[in-house]
Design a protein around this ligand. Sequence first.
Ligand code: NDP
Ligand code: 2IT
Length: 449
Amino acid sequence: MTFKNEYLAKVYADVCKRNPNEPEFLQAVGEVLESLEPVVERRPDIVKAGVIDRLVEPERGIIFRVSWVDDAGNVQVNRGFRYQFNSAIGPYKGGIRLHPSVNASVIKFLGFEQIFKNSLTGLPIGGGKGGSDFDPKGKSDGEVMRFCQSFMTELCKHIGADTDVPAGDIGTGAREIGYMYGQYKRIRNEFTGVLTGKSISYGGSLARKEATGYGLCYFTQEMLAAAGKDFAGKTVVISGSGNVAIYAAEKATQLGAKVVAMSDSSGFIFDPAGVDLKVIKRLKEVERKRISEYPKEVPSATFTPGCSGIWGVKCDIALPCATQNEIDEESAKKLVANGCIAVAEGANMPSTPEAIAVFQSNGLLFGPAKAANAGGVATSALEMSQNSMRLSWTFEEVDAKLKDIMVNIYRNVAKAAADYGLEGNFAAGANIAGFLKVADAMMWQGVAY
Ligand code: NDP
Ligand code: 2IT
């Protein structure tokens, strides 16, 4: 990573020195700093206030042991993390990832990106992220419950409705949030909106489950409309088959597109007839099975093992909704060669910097994660509002607010890009617009932390 601006080069060199062996975190920081070059040149006050030097260092990081007993009576030990990155504009807010690949680098990249994403929503939420290297796959409900309880026994000392409000992410859905909420309540003896993504019966928001995927499509729709295009009649490929992927597929289909491929970490299905979401939902949400089961029930479909093959399926619109760095340069070139016109990121950092360069140099519309997938956390903030007011809005009310938020994010991102001479570069626009609000708040609040 090289910077024309000397100050940014120094900040980045310091971050590299202080965080060795954290490639995902350095990648996320590098991408943001690169976008801030025109801001730094125009805003010496931000440089003088040391805003960027402070922003790249988390306000606080908590690493803890999570021990629990499996069904066979053996003691298991995992590592838990919560990085409270930035609280300039609101309580720390961000999901909890449960996946064997979780380490400090992964949680720090996610926490860092969350600062800008949360700022873009226009709602009062700071940035944070947590997780553990616990793998929920193949575990019984009892094992997941005991892990979640042990995880929360430590985490509850550091969070609260006005301090830090975790939510779901990979491997953390309504089941895990429920077990964590129950434990928080038992220990703290308070019924507050300390977690979002709760089930509806005890304070969850309608439309939160759908929000990230729906919001991704609302953002994409806006980006397409500005270019005189829309979803109707388009072929869509969506990686993943989890929470984000399923509801992105549902909304894309409602908007008139045909979703022909979805995946999980073992491979992808191709269904030229358009995926049958009833089958996907049952397999994934109810039975917790592999996507390779789908062709056994739907004869028009085939299953191909391996993760990256999905990007070779011809499509007009690609929505990566699985995990970081899932689209590399080679996969990006395949999408371009097959005539893809738009890529919007449902997952966090799914495209490598080389892949983004391929999209941008070939004139594809590119919706970066911080903007395109912000609908999930935005609706979490709406869940927090409903919890504070002790009332609940209808599905239609929440969905309408979500749509409004996504349209505004698109407009603000497009405007920031244009204001800084980078018209159409929504990746830079998202970083700049998200940054400026947080920078302003940090300057008002003074230097001491
Ligand atoms: P889920 O756990 O519900 O689903 C994750 C999906 O991605 C599964 O299909 C999973 O397959 C696949 N996947 C996970 N890791 C890998 C990997 N290393 N290689 C290939 N496939 C993989 O998670 P979500 O849908 O909630 O999250 C998906 C992405 O969206 C993540 O990047 C997350 O950070 C991001 N996101 C989530 C939000 C939310 O509200 N949930 C909000 C904004 C962003 P398998 O089952 O085989 O592991
Ligand atoms: O990456 C994300 O924005 C999320 N996993 C959702 C976070 C939240 O607090 O709802």
